[in-house]
Design a protein around this ligand. Structure first.
Ligand code: SF4
Length: 399
C-alpha cells in the first residue's frame, strides 16, 4: 500500500514462536494526571510467593512444622478477603506461625516499581518480578464496573507492528502467581467494600502462549475462596492461535474469547500481525467459530483502528463480509500512538464512518471507550518509559 508505514524490524523471532501473540488494552481522554508511588513490598526473591502455591501445599508445610493445617485456609482468606499484604497483619494466626511464614514465604513475589493514576481514576501498575523483569497491569473504574487488565508474558513475541509490548520480543512467560498477583494488587487499590467486577487478559504478551499458567491463575481468582469472580466476567484476548483456542475451549470454562483481528484480509493482516503469515486468517476464524460452537459464547473481534491503514471504506466492507454470517461482535479500538512508531489514531469522523459502514452491513460493532491515555495505558508504554530506572523507594503498605 503506497504511503503506508513499512513493517518495523522486531528483535523477536516471532515466526519461531508459534505460541506467542496477544492484544493490548486501552486508554482514555485528556486531562491532568498524577503519578504517585504506592504499595511496595520489599522484594524477597529467596522466599516463596504464596500465590505460587495452593492451600494444600501450605497445609502440608504447616503440619510439618506442628501447626494445624486449617491455618492455611486462613492465610489465603487474609489475602483474598482482607487484603493482607504481610503475615504480621494476620492477627488470628499464632505469632510463632506468622514469624515462620515470614521467614520462608512472601505474600507477593512482585513489587510495585511504579504506580500511575490518570485523571479519570485509571490506575496503572508497573510490577517488578523477582528476577527484575517488569510487567504492566491496569485498573479501570466506570460506573459500577471495576475492570482489571492483566499481562501474561514479559514482552511479547508476536511483533504486531503498532504495539510497544512487542518491540523487544518476548522474554518469558509469567508464572501463575505473577498473573494472579496483578489482580490481587489492583483489587487492593479499590476502596474497602468495592470488588473487581471484570477481568480482561489483554495486557502484555500473548495470553494463549502461556495458557496453563493463565488457567491456573484464573482458577485461583475465580474460586469462591479466591476473589470469587464469575467466569463469564473474564475475557481472554488472543491474536488467534488455533490450536491454543481449541485447548482453551477444552477447559470448558465460561470465559469470553476476544480475537485480535486488526485486519480483514490476509495481505493486510500479514502486514500488521506478522504471526498471521504462519497461521492464516481462515484458520483463525475457524478456530473462533469452533470456540463459539463449544462454549455458546459470542466471540468478540478486536480491531485496532490505524489511520489510513485499516480504516478505509474497503476495509470496512471486507470486515463486514468476513463476519456478517457469524454471531460475532467487533470491538473497535482507536489507536493510541506509541513514541517511535509511525502509526496514527484516526480522526473521530473517520472512526464514526468506519463503524457506520460496518454496522450498515449487518455486523454488531462498538467503539471501546479509551481510558488512561495520558498515563501510557497502551500496552508496554509504561514499561518502556521506566526501562533501566530503579523502583521508587516508598514505604511498605499497611493493610
Ligand atoms: S505484539 Fe502487542 S498487540 Fe501484538 S500480540 Fe503482542 S501484546 Fe498484543
Amino acid at each position: 500500500m503506497p504511503g503506508q508505514p513499512k513493517r518495523l524490524a522486531h528483535t523477536s523471532s516471532y515466526l519461531s514462536r508459534p505460541d506467542c501473540a496477544g492484544t493490548f488494552w486501552e486508554a482514555y481522554e485528556s486531562g491532568p494526571h498524577s503519578s504517585r508511588a504506592n504499595t511496595c513490598n520489599a522484594r524477597m526473591p529467596m522466599k516463596r510467593p504464596l500465590l505460587e502455591s495452593s492451600v494444600e501445599e501450605l497445609k502440608a508445610w504447616m503440619t510439618n512444622r506442628g501447626h494445624p493445617g486449617y491455618h492455611a485456609r486462613q492465610v489465603f482468606r487474609w489475602i483474598f478477603r482482607h487484603r493482607a499484604e504481610r503475615f504480621e497483619a494476620m492477627s488470628d494466626l499464632p505469632k510463632e506461625l506468622r514469624q515462620q511464614l515470614d521467614d520462608e514465604w512472601t505474600v507477593f513475589g512482585t513489587a510495585v516499581a511504579h504506580h500511575n493514576v490518570g485523571c479519570d481514576g485509571t490506575d496503572k501498575l508497573l510490577l517488578e518480578c523477582g528476577d527484575g523483569r517488569r510487567v504492566e497491569c491496569v485498573l479501570m473504574a466506570e460506573e459500577d464496573r471495576r475492570t482489571v487488565c492483566i499481562s501474561t508474558q514479559v514482552g511479547c513475541g508476536m511483533g504486531c507492528v503498532f504495539c510497544a509490548s512487542g518491540l523487544k520480543g518476548v522474554e518469558r512467560n509469567l508464572t501463575r502467581g505473577e498473573i494472579a498477583e496483578q489482580v490481587v494488587r489492583l483489587r487492593n487499590l479499590l476502596p474497602a467494600g468495592e470488588r473487581v467486577t471484570h477481568l480482561v487478559v489483554m495486557g502484555m504478551g500473548e495470553s494463549l502462549a502461556n495458557l496453563d499458567n493463565l488457567m491456573g491463575a484464573l482458577d485461583l481468582i475465580c474460586a469462591p475462596d479466591g476473589l470469587g469472580l464469575g467466569q463469564r466476567r473474564v475475557t481472554i484476548s488472543t491474536v488467534g492461535l488455533p490450536e491454543k483456542i481449541a485447548r482453551l475451549a477444552a477447559y470448558d470454562r465460561q470465559y469470553h474469547l476476544a480475537v485480535s483481528l486488526h485486519a480483514p484480509t490476509e495481505a493486510l493482516r500479514n502486514e500488521l500481525v506478522p504471526i498471521n503469515e504462519k497461521v492464516g486468517l481462515n484458520a483463525v476464524i475457524e478456530a473462533a467459530d469452533a470456540y463459539f460452537q463449544r462454549s455458546g459464547r459470542q466471540v468478540t473481534f478486536e480491531y485496532v483502528l490505524l489511520r489510513g491503514i485499516n480504516d478505509r471504506p474497503e476495509d470496512a466492507t471486507a470486515l463486514a463480509r468476513l463476519l456478517a454470517a457469524r454471531k460475532a461482535h467487533v470491538n473497535v479500538i482507536p489507536y493510541n500512538p506509541v513514541a517511535g512508531l509511525p502509526y496514527q489514531r484516526p480522526t473521530p469522523e473517520a472512526i464514526r464512518r468506519f463503524v457506520e459502514a460496518v454496522r450498515s452491513l449487518g455486523v454488531s460493532i462498538s467503539v471501546r471507550k479509551t481510558k488512561g491515555r495520558e498515563i501510557d495505558a497502551a500496552c508496554g508504554q509504561l514499561r518502556r518509559r521506566f526501562e533501566g530506572r530503579p523502583r521508587e523507594a516508598v514505604p511498605d503498605p499497611t493493610i
